[in-house]
Design a protein around this ligand. Structure first.
Ligand SMILES: [Zn+2]
Length: 83
């Protein structure tokens, strides 16, 4: 299942429009963000944002570059259910 992603309507530092995932503490207020859609990766959301804003970038807090692959969350959830 993917995440909801938003892009800030107002450019920030260096004239960049920042892409955020739902729940990010830096997510702009409702009237200052645009809903992009549901995406499985931050990169896909950033590509979508660039259709509107060529300078769109991922938020460093919620859109880390795709280096880490921590897909072990499902295992820990399953363990909790069997306890
Ligand atoms: Zn963010």
């Amino acid at each position: 299942m993917g995440h909801y992603y938003y892009v800030s309507k107002h450019s920030g530092y260096n004239d960049n429009h920042v892409v955020h995932a739902a729940g990010c503490k830096y997510l702009p207020p409702l009237d200052a963000r645009m809903f992009l859609g549901t995406f499985y990766t931050a990169n896909a959301a950033i590509l979508q944002a660039r259709k509107y804003y060529a300078s769109a970038l991922g938020c460093e807090s919620c859109c880390p570059l795709p280096i880490k692959k921590n897909l072990n969350n499902q295992n820990s959830v399953a363990l909790k259910h069997t306890a």
